[in-house]
Design a protein around this ligand. Sequence first.
Ligand SMILES: Nc1ncnc2c1ncn2[C@@H]1O[C@H](COP(=O)(O)OP(=O)(O)OP(=O)(O)O)[C@@H](O)[C@H]1O
Ligand SMILES: [Mg+2]
Length: 238
Amino acid sequence: MLDRLVSDATAGRSRVLVLRGEAGIGKSALVEYLVWHAAGFRVARAVGVESEMEMAFAGLHQLCAPMLGRLDRLPAPQRDALCVAFGLSDGDAPDRFLVGLAVLSLLADVAEERPLVCVVDDAQWLDRVSAQTLAFVARRLLAEPVALVLAVREPTPGPDDDRLAGLPELVIAGLRDDDARAVLESVMRRCRMPLRRAARRAGARMAPPPTTATTSGTARSWSGVMAIERPGRSPAST
Ligand SMILES: Nc1ncnc2c1ncn2[C@@H]1O[C@H](COP(=O)(O)OP(=O)(O)OP(=O)(O)O)[C@@H](O)[C@H]1O
Ligand SMILES: [Mg+2]
């Protein structure tokens, strides 16, 4: 699915995906897979930071900081709003609609030169306005060669705290017993005998995997993880 996302974005069909799953299930590993496989893409990154959750625009600033040299190319009202949001100029609290449009313009401008992949890990810790703005942008990406992927640890504190609800998502669940044993054995094949015996014993006792994928959808296996694909409700991002 991530491979398809990259090929769609390369072809100028923007794609948005929210990866959801419990701690340690492999969301960051999938994000790294995506970045690694997005050959020829420019990469913009941000990571939600728990201690910055109360700092408005902190997450957005991380994502956009490398692009700020392009601010002059934005329409003036958008540029002014973003400059105030990022503390580059004085002014009253910026209009969030204009900030959203500014980020959209910035991403589109970068993607005009080279396809762009934006990855946001630990998005559950984004400050509220950054998450809202990214969701706004995600709903408006159209024919730009942009892939926007956000990884969110679940469970989120509550439905009202989930600013990314409604975007296309992929729920990552645990490995089945057989798959987990196969992965373990493929690693242990290269190890000494005592380790291999230990692995077999551990495999024999392995508990059933966690099942976060309880919603309706199509079961898919990808690169050693199980995932349930759920269509988003956002027409702009399908
Ligand atoms: N498909 C995989 N193949 C091999 N190792 C994996 C795979 N997925 C995850 N791992 C390993 O499992 C560990 C946890 O994965 P990861 O950090 O990606 O989880 P996460 O879902 O991002 O967790 P968190 O919510 O805490 O950020 C890491 O050490 C990672 O290298
Ligand atoms: Mg992670």
